[in-house]
Design a protein around this ligand. Structure first.
Ligand code: FES
Ligand SMILES: [Fe+2]
Length: 330
C-alpha cells in the first residue's frame, strides 16, 4: 500500500458520535478500534490481541482499557499490555506484549485517524473545510467493492451527472447545458480546482424555491488523495457535497458522503435534514452501482484494461495522470 496514502488523516465519524464504546474501522487494510477515553480524547489502537491474534473488538472496554474477549489480556491507551489474568502477580508481562497505536484527533467537529506511523502524524494535518464546523449537515458511510482511483475520478467527472443522476441531481440542481461543457480546471500543489455551469431545469416547485435564474455555478475542489468538494450556489443558498473516500482493503472502498447547506429550508431544520439525507442517499447509490460494475470488468481485464476515450474525457485523463504522479510521491 502506498506510503503516500498511509501518511494521511482520514475522517471517520462526527465527534459527537464517538463515546466510551469501541468502534471499528478498516483503513488501508489496517484494522483499528476507536473509542473516546474518560478525559474525552479519541484513542485508536490496532484491533488485534498480540496473544493469539484475535480481534480486540470481540472483547470489551474496562476503564478505558480494551480487554481481549479470549483470555482477558488488558491493554492501556498506548497499546501496552498491562494485565494478564493467567499470570501470578509477580510474573512479568513481556515488554513485547503490545499492539500498535494510531494517531487520532478531533478536528472541525469530526474525528480523524492517521493511517501511517503515529510519529509522523504531526507533520500532516487534516484537510480544513471550515463549513464542517457549524453548517447543518447529514452524512452516511458506504463501503463497496470498487477501485479507489476510479472512485476518486468519478467525483470529478462532470458528464456523468445528466445520466447517472438523471433522476436526482439533474432535477434538483440543473443539468450541464451544453456538450461539451465549459469546464475550467487547475492543478494545484494539494489537488485540483475547477468550475462549470449547470442550467437550471428543475421542476416548478424547485424553481420557486431555488430561484428562476438560468444557471447555477458549480465549484469543484479535489484534495489529494481523497476528498472532493462540490459547491453549488443559488444566490444566498449554498449546497455543499463532500465525499471522503479511502481504501478499506485491496478490493473495497469506503465513501463518507457529507451534505452541508446554508439558507435552505432554514425555518424547517428537521425537514431540511430529512430531505437532504434522502436526496444524498439516492445520489450516492446511483454512483456506486457504476463503480461496482466497473470494478467487476476491470477485475476480468486484469492488467490490460481496454477503454475508448474521446476529447470529452480530457478532464478524467488529466485527473488520472495527476493522481498517479502524486501517488508516486512526485
Ligand atoms: S487471544 Fe487475547 S487474551 Fe488470548
Ligand atoms: Fe456522481
Amino acid at each position: 500500500m502506498s506510503e503516500v496514502l498511509k501518511n494521511n488523516w482520514y475522517l471517520v465519524c462526527p465527534s459527537s458520535d464517538l463515546d466510551n464504546k469501541m468502534r471499528t474501522f478498516k483503513i488501508l487494510s489496517e484494522e483499528i478500534i476507536l473509542f473516546r477515553d474518560k478525559e474525552g480524547n479519541p484513542i485508536a489502537l490496532e484491533d488485534r490481541c498480540c496473544h493469539r491474534n484475535v480481534n480486540l473488538s470481540l472483547g470489551y472496554l474496562k476503564n478505558d482499557r480494551p480487554v481481549c474477549g479470549y483470555h482477558g489480556w488488558e491493554y492501556d491507551k498506548s497499546g501496552q499490555c498491562v494485565l494478564i489474568p493467567s499470570q501470578l502477580p509477580d510474573n512479568k508481562i513481556p515488554p513485547k506484549a503490545a499492539i500498535k497505536k494510531y494517531a487520532a484527533k478531533d478536528y472541525n467537529n469530526w474525528v480523524w485517524l492517521f493511517a501511517g506511523n503515529p510519529d509522523e502524524a504531526e507533520n500532516y494535518s487534516p484537510t480544513d473545510i471550515p463549513e464542517m464546523k457549524d453548517w447543518p449537515f447529514t452524512y452516511k458511510e458506504y463501503i463497496f467493492e470498487a477501485d479507489l482511483e476510479s472512485t476518486a475520478e468519478s467525483l470529478i467527472d462532470p458528464y456523468h451527472i445528466a445520466f447517472t443522476h438523471r433522476d436526482s441531481i439533474k432535477q434538483l440542481l440543473g443539468q450541464i447545458e451544453e456538450f461539451p461543457a465549459e469546464f475550467h480546471i487547475d492543478f494545484l500543489e494539494d489537488g485540483i480546482k475547477g468550475s462549470y455551469k449547470r442550467s437550471n431545469k428543475g421542476n416548478i416547485g424547485e424553481k420557486i424555491y431555488f430561484g428562476s435564474h438560468d444557471h447555477h455555478d458549480v465549484n469543484y475542489r479535489f484534495y489529494f488523495p481523497n476528498i472532493s468538494r462540490l459547491e453549488t450556489r443559488f444566490n444566498k443558498r449554498v449546497l455543499l457535497i463532500l465525499e471522503h473516500v479511502y481504501q478499506v482493503d485491496d478490493s473495497h472502498v469506503s465513501m463518507t458522503q457529507i451534505t452541508l447547506w446554508q439558507n435552505i429550508f432554514p425555518k424547517f431544520p428537521l425537514f431540511a435534514k430529512k430531505f437532504m439525507a434522502k436526496k444524498s442517499d439516492t445520489i450516492v447509490k446511483e454512483d456506486i452501482q457504476f463503480l461496482v460494475s466497473q470494478k467487476k470488468h476491470y477485475n476480468k481485464m486484469k492488467d490490460e484494461i481496454h477503454e475508448v476515450s474521446v476529447k470529452g474525457d480530457e478532464v478524467s485523463l488529466a485527473f488520472r495522470k495527476f493522481w498517479r504522479s502524486k501517488l508516486r510521491g512526485e
